[in-house]
Design a protein around this ligand. Structure first.
Ligand SMILES: Nc1ncnc2c1ncn2[C@@H]1O[C@H](COP(=O)(O)OP(=O)(O)OP(=O)(O)O)[C@@H](O)[C@H]1O
Ligand SMILES: C=C(C)CCOP(=O)(O)O
Length: 268
């Protein structure tokens, strides 16, 4: 099998994070169409798609009183409410993908692993590995998890990807790169200009300089993305941070076309 490309559609892209349970259906449909065209045109890399939770999971987690540093006194109702919100957005995503003709295989982190203070344990990538071998499109997402210390925790798509990539790397196929699709032209410097190329070290240095995302967020925004991309670069995996709100930017990144409006965090 060819090396796998991981793709995240961020919550800032597919939802309005300043709203409450507000999905951008038009954006979802266009992205699904861009992905379907790539999928139908060999030679195409196998894809694992993940999506953020935006104004669904982040809002539900905040409303349930989620605090990453402390256990919730009564986790069961919160777990159920957050899972419902996350699942509602996931249904929108898989609906758009199936309508575009893609062979979706949905893979829920909340059913696949338990966490300890937010860190996944005992994860198996077997279903994702087999789905890829079968030619399916595995689709996962940032999710709520049962947690051994806190009752519940939240796993961002970034954490899900790192766990899944570690597990996949042990069995093959290799993972080549991650496309992080959001609502900015990659990572901006202090003047708002895109930084086209960053090493892992430079990306890590920038963590203290980024601001919180607009709207509700419980997982760490751009700081978490930079931390994750630097760690992946050190494992030999490239990251591209790009703006999915602009038509065809995602399609161009899938094809590896050059584009000045994105940030490349290079492996090595
Ligand atoms: N230096 C920066 N360059 C680019 N974006 C930045 C920077 N600093 C902060 N941001 C903010 O980070 C946001 C992206 O983080 P966010 O967590 O919303 O991403 P996401 O993955 O799309 O969302 P979700 O976590 O809901 O999936 C951007 O919309 C932007 O407002
Ligand atoms: C808030 C929840 C439930 C998941 C967050 O995942 P992310 O949007 O990828 O950070």
């Amino acid at each position: 099998m060819r090396p796998v490309t991981f793709v995240k559609w961020g919550g800032s892209l597919i939802t309005d994070k300043t709203g409450r349970f507000s999905v951008r259906t038009d954006v979802l449909e266009r992205l699904a169409d861009e992905l379907a065209r790539y999928h139908a045109a060999p030679p195409n890399a196998p894809i694992v798609l993940g999506h953020g939770s935006g104004s669904f999971g982040h809002v539900a987690a905040r409303e349930a009183g989620f605090d990453p540093g402390a256990p919730l006194p009564d986790p069961a109702p919160a777990l159920s409410q957050i899972q419902k919100a996350v699942d509602t957005l996931h249904r929108h995503v898989v609906h758009a993908l199936r309508n575009a003709g893609l062979p979706v295989f949905s893979w829920a982190p909340s059913s696949a692993f338990v966490t300890t203070r937010g860190t996944p344990e005992r994860s198996s990538s077997d279903p994702v590995h087999h789905a890829l071998s079968a030619g399916a499109l595995p689709v996962t997402y940032g999710d709520v998890t049962l947690d051994t210390k806190h009752g519940l925790s939240i796993c961002s798509t970034e954490t899900v990807f790192r766990t899944l990539i570690d597990a996949l790397q042990q069995q093959g196929p290799p993972v080549a790169r991650v496309l992080w699709c959001g609502n900015t032209d990659g990572v901006y410097d202090a003047n708002g200009h895109t930084l086209p190329d960053l090493t892992a070290e430079q990306a890590r240095t920038m963590i203290g300089d980024v601001h919180d995302p607009d709207g509700t967020d419980v997982t760490g925004g751009m700081a978490l993305r930079l931390r994750t991309a630097s760690a992946l670069a050190e494992q030999g995996i490239d990251s591209l941070l790009l703006n999915g709100t602009v038509p065809n930017r995602f399609a161009a990144a899938l094809r590896n076309d050059p584009d000045a409006h994105r940030t490349h965090i290079a492996a090595g």
